[in-house]
Design a protein. Sequence first.
Length: 81
Amino acid sequence: MNVSAPDSSLWRHADFRRYWGGQAVTVAGFGITAIGIPVIAVVDLHASTMHVALIAVAGKVEQHHDRVAARPAPYPRVQHP
């Protein structure tokens, strides 16, 4: 016995569809970027394994910096005159 309300589907809500679409584009873009940048570096720039590794590390450092910068400071900031 299927007892679901006709309006209970999330797909009927425009906000959810926008959110889901945005998340899908974000995940797809991240995947393409994660694969595409090293491939372009190797094919077009003739990058070595070390160069590709440095590109990957630079991407991770940037992500870590973004997360740390978004956190509030654990101590009050001192204003210098």
